[in-house]
Design a protein around this ligand. Structure first.
Ligand code: GRF
Length: 197
């Protein structure tokens, strides 16, 4: 499988996926890093591994559909089969969803359906819960609403700051995301259709 990773930020999850692929632990190859932020750290990270990158600012396009059509063009140029969103801070629109139906996954820093959307860790701390976690899910048109594939719990200790919780979450994310993608690549639903080399 040829995988594209989508990231808007620092790209620590993108890096975890790229590293796993290099070690043959992803069940596929990361062939492209896509960002909607030309200044995203994720782009430099990917380049340092020799991964091709494309940065497209939404504001350079008249509509989101045109932006996504250009993204799809790049994905098709690189013969991408599967998309992993890793801190891609946009709702996926119908153009991209239709082109990659059932082949887009996302990672979110909470135990969905709890705390969807922005600042999931802040939401958990405000709610005063003693555990939160990480969710990997298929992407649909909603905000963090698609079918859940995998989850792992992270404990919140008394006095934990948002940075403390984020650190614990990221440690889990960097293991859980590559492991889950590998399982998907090996599963009949996604990878077992002859694309899996
Ligand atoms: C991660 O916590 C992920 O769950 C969320 O955005 C963050 C991205 O972090 N969707 P990074 O850019 O991979 O370091």
């Amino acid at each position: 499988m040829r995988i594209a990773v989508f990231a808007s930020g620092t790209g620590s999850n993108a890096e975890a996926l790229i590293q796993a692929a290099k070690e043959n632990q992803l069940g596929g190859e990361v062939v492209l890093l896509v960002s909607d932020k030309p200044e995203a750290g994720a782009l430099k990270k990917a380049e340092s591994y020799g991964i091709k990158t494309v940065a497209l600012a939404l504001k350079s396009f008249a509509t989101k559909a045109e932006y996504e059509a250009k993204v799809v063009e790049h994905l098709q140029d690189h013969k991408v089969d599967f998309l992993c969103l890793a801190g891609y801070m946009r709702l996926v629109g119908s153009t991209l969803l239709t082109a990659y139906e059932g082949r887009i996954v996302n990672i979110h820093p909470s135990l969905l359906p709890a705390f969807p959307g922005l600042d999931a860790v802040g939401q958990a701390l405000t709610a005063g819960v003693s555990e939160t976690g990480v969710t990997i899910h298929f992407v649909d048109a909603g905000m963090d609403t698609g079918p859940i594939i995998a989850q792992e719990t992270v404990l919140i200790q008394k006095g934990d700051t948002s940075e403390d919780v984020m650190k614990k979450i990221q440690a889990v994310e960097h293991q859980l995301y590559p492991r889950t993608v590998k399982q998907l690549m090996e599963s009949k639903d996604v990878g077992g259709d002859g694309h899996n080399e």
